[in-house]
Design a protein around this ligand. Structure first.
Ligand SMILES: Nc1nc2c(c(=O)[nH]1)N[C@H]1C(S)=C(S)[C@@H](COP(=O)(O)O)O[C@H]1N2
Ligand SMILES: [Mo]
Length: 171
């Protein structure tokens, strides 16, 4: 009887709270295209064993923004499009203080999540209107707003600007 009452209570609670308040706990949909980025670690939402796999469309759905900036690696100014790193982490209910980002070439770098709050750091998917392929630093590339903040000229930010990124582990 008590168990029944508990079940009824939980059902009622879910019904009353509705889908919006449970959004953060709902599972992500499965990717239908090629997986270009996997996020693991301290996240609330997953669609695979302890990780969130994203195809391009799923990343784009988080909200594409534009950032025009110079970079230490390119000539002149480039118009990048992608999602804000902080938006991805918020979308997944991430709780850590840093991310370990990894690339196809096995390069790895630790980035404090504070960078993403302080600056509009982009997980770039496009440059000058074209999708980033692996041969042009894709599928994803961490881009800092160098043109907007002089202090980003420090070498540490070049090191954190990982290209060919395909995995993020939240710690
Ligand atoms: N995928 C990937 N991203 C990377 C690197 C790398 O080797 N692989 N090198 C990093 C480092 S240490 C720096 S300083 C900058 C610039 O590298 P570059 O001097 O080889 O252009 O890119 C960063 N991003
Ligand atoms: Mo470097």
């Amino acid at each position: 009887m008590i168990r029944l009452a508990c079940s009824v209570f939980v059902v009622l609670l879910v019904a009353v709270m509705g889908p919006s308040s449970t959004d953060a706990l709902t599972a992500l949909k499965q990717p239908s295209g090629r997986v270009i980025l996997s996020v693991s670690g301290e996240i609330e939402r997953t669609n695979a064993d302890d990780r969130a796999d994203f195809d391009r469309a799923m990343l784009e759905a988080i909200g594409m923004v534009e950032l025009e900036t110079v970079t230490p690696f390119t000539e002149g100014s480039t118009v990048f499009r992608g999602i804000l790193a902080r938006d991805l982490l918020r979308y997944l209910g991430a709780t850590g203080s840093q991310v370990e980002a990894a690339a196809i070439d096995l390069y790895e770098v630790t980035i404090p999540i504070d960078d993403f709050e302080q600056f509009d750091v982009l997980i770039a998917l496009e440059a000058d209107g074209k999708q980033l392929r692996v041969r042009d630093h894709g599928p994803t590339w961490i881009i800092y707003p160098w043109s907007q903040h002089e202090e980003l000229g420090k070498e540490i930010y070049s090191r954190r600007s990982i290209w060919q990124m395909n995995a993020i582990d939240v710690r």
